[in-house]
Design a protein around this ligand. Structure first.
Ligand SMILES: [Zn+2]
Length: 210
């Protein structure tokens, strides 16, 4: 390849990268990820992607929850930027399971922080939280598998998210750096005879019938 051709090829790649949104080029995996902000959740490792090299749009917040801004971002990437798949990524030992919203609000009040009329978007003051809604807005939760399933359902049922978009929910186990589908707690099926019993018998029956 001539130098000129090589340079043209390099520039073409640079152009495609730099002008992706203008040219309507989606991210490499046509993927939007909603993940918790926790420092122990390595999104790229968990999903086997390279988001820093253009593989996905990654949205992170406390809990990895489908909030108003998550809906806004998901809508934009799916409706206008070519995204065709969504992955919700929650994780074990999430800080959002360490208190209730009411407890956190009580602490804020103890600190003398005025909570009445708290705005949630500086550019949309009309989105003021109604009285007593702050605890729910913080959105703590009790069960990571259950909350993961709920986020998938919120997206699946939202009119701004196209029905053809594939949506799945996964839980990153910080204690062993593994990913599981929401609800598939393998670690609860391996520790006692009782846990193993049903699976073991079922396995043999299946083998015997084969
Ligand atoms: Zn978390």
């Amino acid at each position: 390849m001539s130098i000129a051709n090589q340079l043209e090829s390099n520039f073409s790649a640079q152009r495609s990268w730099s002008l992706r949104r203008q040219l309507g080029i989606p991210n490499n995996k046509k993927l939007w990820v909603c993940a918790c902000m926790d420092e122990r959740l390595p999104v790229d490792e968990a999903l086997g992607i390279h988001s820093d090299d253009g593989d996905a749009h990654v949205f992170r917040n406390a809990g990895g929850l489908i909030t108003d801004d998550a809906i806004r971002s998901a809508m934009l990437t799916c409706q206008f930027f070519g995204t065709e798949e969504i992955v919700v990524l929650n994780h074990t030992e999430c800080g959002m399971m360490s208190s209730t919203g009411e407890e956190l609000v009580a602490i804020l009040e103890e600190r003398g922080i005025g909570l009445d009329g708290a705005g949630i978007d500086p550019t949309l003051p009309e989105l003021e939280l109604p009285a007593g809604a702050l605890a729910r807005w913080i959105r703590t939760f009790d069960d990571v598998d259950e909350i993961c399933r709920q986020q998938v359902a919120h997206l699946r049922n939202h009119p701004l998210i196209p029905s053809h978009v594939k949506i799945s929910g996964w839980v990153w186990e910080v204690e062993n750096r593994r990913l599981r589908p929401a609800g598939e707690r393998l670690s609860q099926r391996v520790n006692t005879k009782e846990e193993m019993g049903t699976t073991h018998v079922g396995h043999h029956e299946t083998l015997g019938a084969a």
